[in-house]
Design a protein around this ligand. Structure first.
Ligand code: ADP
Ligand code: MG
Length: 679
C-alpha cells in the first residue's frame, strides 16, 4: 500500500534524512501522515479587547512608526515598531532580531504573531507573518522534533506526503463504529490535524484521532486475547491439590484471604487447557512472592518445569534463598541462573533444564538467552513485570509449549484502568496486607527543617538499623542527577561517617557495580545507602527502617509509595521522611496525602484526581502503554468506549474476516511484524 512506502520515496529524502526521521519513529509515508502536532500557534487575528494577558496571538494593522533598533547590552538589542490596530496603537518589540527591521515600512500593513501584555497593551513579537496570502493557514501545527531534524523539514515532508498520498489513506476504524460514534474518516483526521482551517476542524480531528489511537490499541489487545482463548494454544497443568496443601501447611503464617483467592484463581487457570495470561497485582509488601512460590510448586507436582524471571540479580538471589528454604523438605530441584552464575554451575543448570532434572529456575534476563532450553516448561512467572518489555516476556514464553504466564506487579492501578491497560490479561488483586504489619510513620519536612530528620536517622543507625536516602532522577540531565546524588552522598557521609558506612548507588553505574553495592547493603555491610531511584525494584531488606526522599515533590505518588514500601518490612518501627519545598498547592496536597494514607490503591486514585507534576502514567512506572495523543486518565471515557467497541467487534468476528475489516486486519498484521522494535 502506498502509505506503507518508506519515506525515501519522497523528494529530498535520502538515507541520511531517513535515519533522522527514524529517530522520531517515522519510517513510512504513513508514519509521517500520522505524525501529529502537539499544539498549534494561532495565526488568526484576534480582537485585542478580548485577549488574555500573556496569550499568544496575531496582531494585524498599519505600521505607524519607523522601526527602531536599540542596543542595551553587549549582545542584546530590541526592535520597536508601532502598529495601528483599529483605533489603538500597539507597541511591538522583537528581541535580538534586528534584521526584521526591513520587514516594516511606514504606512503599509503588517501582521505579527507574539505574546500579548494586556496591562501594557504591548506585544512581544515572535514571528512576522505574510499579509498578502489569503489562504495562509490560521493555525500552524508545532511538532516534536529533535537535534537531528528541524521543525520546518518535518512540516515540508508532511506536506509532500499529503500531496503524494493524501487521497490513499485507508480507514482502519470500521465504518459502522465511525458512524455510530460520529467519527471522522482517517483522511479527514490527517487533514484536520495538520492543516486545520480553524480551531473547530482541529478539535474535531483530534477527537477522532484520540479514539482511533485507543481503538487500535484495544484491537491489538483483543487479537492477543484471541490466541489465549484458543484451547489448542494452551497447556493443562493437572497439579496435585494435596501436595499443595502440604506445602501451605508448612508456612510460618496464615495466608491472607486475598492471597488465598489469588492462588485459587491462578490454579483454576492452570488446570484448564487454555493458555493462562494473568496479572497478579498487589501493593508492596502484600506478599506476592509466596503466591508465586505456591503456584511454582503446583507446576512441579504436575511434572512440569517452572521459571521465575526478575529484573535484577540481587532480587533473583533473594528469591532463590527464600524459595530454597521454603522447599527444603519438598522434592523440588531449584536453581539460580544469572549473568554472574559461574561457568560450571551454569552448564549444569542448563543441562538440568534440558533433561528435566531441574524443576524450578530463578533468574534474570539470563533466562531468555538462546542456550536456555527446557524439557517441559509449564509456567513462567515474571516479577515486577513492567520492568520487562513485551518482547522479553514473549521470548521466555516461546521456550515452552506455550507455558502459562503469571505476571506480577506492585504498581497499584485503579481497577477501571487495569482492565483497559491490561485488557488481554485476567487480573488477580491482593488488596490486603498481612496482619501485624508495622505502620510506617510518614512525615513531610521542608529543606530547611532537616534537623529532626537527621536526628532520627542517627538514632536508627545507632540502634543498628539501616537507612535509604533517595534523590530523584531528572530526565533532562543525567549529569545533574549524578551531581545531586554525589552531593547528597558527601553530605550524608560527612554527617554520619562515625556511625555508619555510607555508599552511593546511581543509574550510570554498571550493572555488576550496582549489584555489588545492593548486596553490601542487603548483607548489612553498608548501613546508609544513597541512591537514585534504582532501589525501587523489589528488594527486601527488613533491617532498613528509614526511607528519606529528597525533592520528594519530583516523584509521582505511586513512585513515592513504592519507595516507602522498601521499609517497614521487619519488626521494628519504620519511618518515611519526605523532604520537599513544593511549588504549588497540588504539590503540597500530594505531600500531605502521603503522610495520611498508606493505601496504594487510594494513592493511585488520588494521583489520578490530582494529576500534578509527576504522574504515574507519564513514565514507564505504571506499565501502561504510552499513547501519543490520548491521555488514559483525562480521556478515560474515550478509552472505555474504544475498549467496548473493540471487544464487540472481536466478539462478532474474531478473525476480522469480513471484507470491510481488511484495512484493520492489515494494520494489526503489520503491527505484529514490527512488534520486536516496539521496546
Ligand atoms: P511483595 O508483594 O512486595 O513482593 P513479598 O512477597 O516480598 O511482598 O512479602 C513481603 C513480606 O511479607 C515477606 O517477608 C513475606 O514473607 C511476608 N508475608 C507474605 N505473606 C504473609 C502473610 N500472609 N502473613 C505474614 N507475612 C507474610
Ligand atoms: Mg516482590
Amino acid at each position: 500500500m502506498a502509505i506503507d512506502d518508506p519515506v525515501t520515496v519522497l523528494p529530498g529524502v535520502g538515507p541520511k534524512r531517513a535515519d533522522a526521521l527514524a529517530t522520531l519513529a517515522i519510517r513510512t509515508v504513513g508514519d509521517l501522515l500520522f505524525y501529529f502536532p502537539y499544539r498549534y500557534d494561532d495565526l488568526q487575528v484576534k480582537d485585542l479587547t478580548l485577549a488574555a494577558d500573556q496569550e499568544k496571538l496575531t496582531v494585524k494593522g498599519v505600521v505607524v512608526s519607523d522601526p527602531v533598533v536599540t542596543r542595551f547590552g553587549p549582545h542584546k538589542n530590541r526592535l520597536n515598531v508601532k502598529i495601528q490596530v483599529v483605533h489603538a496603537v500597539v507597541l511591538v518589540t522583537f528581541f535580538n532580531q534586528p534584521w526584521l527591521k526591513d520587514r516594516f515600512t511606514m504606512g503599509t500593513e503588517a501582521a505579527i504573531y507574539g505574546k500579548w501584555d494586556a496591562g501594557r497593551h504591548t506585544l512581544t513579537g515572535m514571528k512576522v507573518l505574510a499579509t498578502q496570502t489569503e489562504d495562509a493557514p490560521s493555525l500552524a501545527g508545532i511538532y516534536t522534533v529533535n537535534k537531528y531534524i528541524r521543525q520546518s523539514t518535518v512540516i515540508d515532508l508532511i506536506k509532500a506526503a499529503w500531496q503524494r498520498d493524501g487521497q490513499n489513506i485507508p480507514d482502519v476504524v470500521p465504518l459502522a463504529v465511525r458512524e455510530r460514534l460520529k467519527l471522522l474518516p482517517d483522511q479527514a483526521i490527517v487533514h484536520g490535524m495538520h492543516f486545520p482551517s480553524d480551531a473547530d476542524e482541529a478539535k474535531a480531528a483530534r477527537r477522532s484521532a484520540i479514539f482511533r489511537e485507543f481503538f487500535l490499541f484495544q484491537c491489538k489487545i483483543q487479537s492477543l486475547r484471541q490466541d489465549d482463548l484458543n484451547v489448542a494454544n494452551g497447556l493443562a497443568i493437572p497439579y496435585d491439590n494435596d501436595e499443595l496443601k502440604a506445602l501451605i501447611k508448612t508456612l510460618p503464617f496464615d495466608l491472607t484471604n486475598a492471597q488465598k483467592r489469588s492462588v485459587n484463581e491462578i490454579c483454576r487457570d492452570m488446570r484448564r487447557p487454555r493458555h493462562m495470561n494473568r496479572l497478579l497485582q498487589g501493593d508492596v509488601g502484600s506478599g506476592k512472592t509466596i503466591v508465586a512460590a505456591i503456584v511454582l510448586y503446583a507446576t512441579v507436582t504436575a511434572r512440569y518445569q517452572a521459571a521465575l524471571m526478575v529484573p535484577t540479580e540481587v532480587l533473583a538471589e533473594q528469591h532463590f534463598a527464600k524459595l530454597t528454604k521454603l522447599f527444603a523438605d519438598f522434592p523440588v530441584r531449584i536453581r539460580l541462573l544469572t549473568g554472574s552464575t559461574p561457568g560450571k554451575e551454569r552448564r549444569a543448570t542448563l543441562d538440568g533444564l534440558m533433561t528435566g532434572d531441574v524443576d524450578i529456575v530463578i533468574g534474570t534476563h539470563a533466562l531468555i538467552q538462546k542456550e536456555v532450553n527446557f524439557a517441559a516448561l509449564g509456567l513462567v512467572v515474571i516479577d515486577e513485570q513492567h520492568r520487562f518489555g513485551v518482547q522479553q516476556r514473549k521470548i521466555l514464553q516461546e521456550k515452552g509449549l506455550k507455558p502459562d504466564l503469571l505476571a506480577m506487579t506492585a504498581t497499584p492501578i485503579p481497577r477501571t484502568l487495569a482492565i483497559t491497560a491490561y485488557g488481554e490479561m485476567d487480573v488477580s488483586t491482593i488488596d490486603e496486607l498481612p496482619a501485624g504489619r508495622q505502620p510506617i510513620t510518614t512525615t513531610w519536612v521542608r529543606k530547611n527543617q532537616l534537623r529532626d530528620a537527621m536526628a532520627r536517622i542517627k538514632t536508627e543507625l545507632l540502634a543498628g538499623h539501616q537507612v535509604f536516602a533517595i534523590t530523584p532522577l531528572i530526565a533532562e540531565s543525567e549529569k545533574i542527577d549524578l551531581q545531586n546524588a554525589e552531593q547528597l552522598y558527601e553530605d550524608m557521609d560527612h554527617a554520619f561517617h562515625e556511625v555508619a558506612k555510607v555508599a552511593l548507588l546511581h543509574g550510570q553505574m554498571k550493572n555488576d557495580e550496582k549489584d555489588a553495592i545492593m548486596r553490601a547493603f542487603s548483607d548489612g555491610e553498608v548501613q546508609l545507602l544513597v541512591a537514585t531511584t534504582v532501589v525501587e525494584v523489589g528488594v527486601d531488606v527488613p533491617n532498613a527502617t528509614v526511607m528519606i526522599i529528597f525533592d520528594a515533590d519530583r516523584f509521582g505518588l505511586a513512585q513515592l509509595h513504592q519507595l516507602r514500601g522498601r521499609v517497614g518490612r521487619g519488626s521494628a518501627a519504620a519511618y518515611c521522611i519526605l523532604v520537599a519545598d513544593p511549588k504549588n498547592e497540588t504539590g503540597v496536597a500530594r505531600m500531605q496525602i502521603m503522610t495520611e494514607t498508606q493505601d496504594g490503591f487510594l494513592l493511585a486514585q488520588k494521583d489520578l484526581e490530582m494529576r500534578g507534576g509527576g504522574d504515574i502514567f507519564g513514565t514507564n512506572q505504571s506499565g501502561l502503554p504510552a499513547f501519543k495523543l490520548g491521555d488514559p486518565v483525562g480521556d478515560y471515557a474515550v478509552l472505555n468506549t474504544a475498549q467496548q467497541a473493540a471487544e464487540t467487534l472481536f466478539e462478532a468476528d474474531p478473525g476480522l474476516s469480513a471484507p470491510e475489516f481488511a484495512p484493520l486486519r492489515g494494520y494489526l498484521a503489520r503491527q505484529q511484524q514490527t512488534q520486536g522494535s516496539l521496546d
